[in-house]
Design a protein around this ligand. Structure first.
Ligand code: GLN
Length: 199
């Protein structure tokens, strides 16, 4: 059985632990470098990326985590977790640190005030294109979008309709996965299952 960590400094840690456990892996919170060293993959949850950035420093986890990711640790970031994994961030604090593990540019709080939080059904490559698959319900909470992607990055989902139609909201580059939305709050395990299959 694989052991999957959830970065447990801040954010919706419990929901990810529950989703991962339901996928049949051993799910453990990660707050220390020794815990990080014991996992086969890591989920970076939603929350507040500037706070998470500060706490990575407080817990002396920034350098070990960056090194583990550079070394190829599989990772999945949801919302603030996507921001943490990105190589380039628009509209963040000048002193916010990020992990530079995914060659994308993200814009924080990109959907603006009117649609700051919303839900939509969308298509997710590799999941909803399987035979008989339902569309995926995606919950966005003051979410980022992906403004552009590097050449090795696959786009897995975009917003289907409305003012943000076409905006990129799920990406993968090798063993790093990220979504702007929060599959951990819908009871739909398919994104977590997809990540577990990447390990
Ligand atoms: N707006 C948050 C940030 O910038 C992300 C919101 C979320 O994770 N739900 O970090």
């Amino acid at each position: 059985t694989a052991t999957v960590g959830v970065l447990a400094l801040q954010g919706d840690v419990r929901e990810h632990l529950t989703a991962l456990t339901s996928c049949g892996v051993r799910a453990v919170p990660v707050r220390r470098a020794a815990e990080l060293a014991a996992v086969d993959g890591l989920v970076l949850p939603g929350g507040e990326s500037t706070t998470m950035s500060r706490l990575l420093g407080v817990f002396d986890l920034y350098a070990p985590l960056r090194a583990a990711l550079a070394d190829g640790l599989p990772a999945y970031g949801s919302c603030a977790g996507m921001i943490m994994l990105a190589s380039r961030i628009l509209d963040t604090r000048a002193d916010a640190r990020h992990l530079d593990a995914l060659d994308i540019t993200v814009r924080r709080n990109a959907f603006g005030r009117q649609v700051a939080s919303f839900e939509t059904d969308l298509a997710f490559a590799g999941i909803t294109d399987r035979p008989d698959a339902d569309p995926m319900r995606a919950v966005f909470i003051r979410a980022p979008w992906v403004e552009d992607v590097g050449s090795g990055v696959d786009v897995l989902a975009t917003v289907p309709t409305g003012p943000a139609a076409g905006r990129i909201v799920a990406v993968r580059d090798g063993n790093v996965l990220a979504t702007s939305f929060h599959p951990e709050v819908t009871g739909d395990l398919r994104v977590h299952q997809y990540f577990v299959e990447m390990l």
